[in-house]
Design a protein around this ligand. Structure first.
Ligand SMILES: [Zn+2]
Length: 357
């Protein structure tokens, strides 16, 4: 796996939070955050000044810091790296609503919408004006680059250098699957790392994939920087899934209890929730164009050779039948019936034996 080098710090983080002097709808704007100098026992609501648009205005990222009255670690909850993945924003809002800063230790740094233009358009990728409209996957650019050759990379670099890296001790990054598919309540985590395994096992999610990480994701950038992080996938894009959000919130509060930020009994964990673990996702892709009839649903157990989907042409003729390549549990299904060749139809979480040495 290639490791993306750390972004150069163009303007090293000052020891103080830097207010630009602007306010937006009554909310102060900052260009740097130092959680250490915020008043304890309070909630702090700010806009973080992200990258500029072509006309010179900035994209502003909503940030809440709930800082406890006692010292402790700072946990970041990040949402909206992909713009159509709204359940993560809802989950983080719900976690923050349960925190009482006067009874808390440490701090929780909530980033409530990283990819602002993508969120405005409810789409996955960050749209730019470059080359007539290039769009960028914001979960392949971390840790970003403040001097990079596109706005999303610079935005990531600003957030990384001036908001995140110097403040946080652990990170939960909230996603969903992209529009057009459905996902279980899922978690990607590098279980080889004890601190990450501890966090993952506190989540009463449906499925956890032991995953070495993908270069350029926010999760992997933090892990490479020595900061425990994992990625939560809260079902479908574009709409809230309340039952899955509730599991994400319960697990997130468990993590905050684990780090000593809040007190109280642990909620349900992976052990209580019957979480299924795997280390591989087998992907079935459409081999032809056509309309899709799914024969399995999320969390169905499948065996090798079991039919999972059938595809018909515009005339109604069967043009393809698809079968499970492995034994495992369905994690992702296509939601769009129209299926171009190459489209992901089904993903199955399973356990792959370790490769021979
Ligand atoms: Zn995502």
């Amino acid at each position: 796996m290639t490791t993306i080098p750390r972004a150069p710090q163009v303007n090293p983080l000052p020891a103080q939070t830097r207010y630009t002097g602007d306010t937006l709808q009554g909310v102060p704007v900052i260009s740097h955050l130092a959680v250490s100098d915020l008043a304890p026992g309070q909630r702090h609501r700010v806009y973080f000044q992200g990258v500029q648009m072509g006309t010179g205005q900035h994209w502003y990222v909503p940030v809440v810091v709930t800082k406890g009255s006692r010292p402790g670690p700072c946990i970041a909850l990040t949402a909206g790296v992909h713009g159509d993945e709204v359940s993560g924003i809802d989950a983080v809002q719900r976690v923050m609503a349960q925190l009482d800063p006067t009874a808390m230790a440490g701090a929780v740094l909530a980033v409530l919408g990283v990819s602002r233009p993508a969120i405005e358009l409810t789409r996955s990728l960050w749209p730019t004006a470059q080359q007539g409209g290039l769009a960028f996957d914001m979960n392949r650019v971390w840790p970003g680059d403040e001097t990079g050759d596109n706005a999303p990379a610079r935005h990531a670099g600003l957030l990384w250098n001036r908001l995140l890296i110097n403040n946080v001790d652990a990170v939960l990054d909230y996603h969903t699957v992209t529009t057009g598919s459905a996902f279980t309540m899922f978690c990607f985590a590098d279980l080889r790392q004890p601190a990450i395994r501890q966090m993952a096992e506190l989540l009463p999610v449906e499925q956890i994939k032991d995953d070495p990480g993908l270069a350029g994701t926010l999760e992997t950038a933090f892990v490479d920087a020595g900061i425990p992080a994992l990625t939560l996938e809260i079902g479908e894009g574009r709409r809230f899934e309340p039952q899955k959000i509730a599991l994400a919130v319960e697990g997130s509060l468990n993590v905050l209890k684990h780090y000593g930020l809040i007190e109280g009994p642990m909620g349900r964990t992976a052990a209580d929730g019957g979480t299924v673990f795997g280390n591989a996702l087998a992907t079935v892709r459409a081999t032809t164009g056509g309309f899709l009839e799914l024969l399995v649903g999320l969390r169905d157990r499948v065996i090798p050779g079991q039919p999972v989907a059938r595809q018909r042409s515009a005339f109604g003729d069967v043009v393809a039948d698809y079968h499970a390549p492995v034994a495992g549990e369905v994690a992702v299904v296509a939601r769009d019936a129209l299926c171009e060749p190459g489209t992901r139809i089904v993903q199955i979480l399973h356990q792959q034996p370790p490769a021979a040495p």
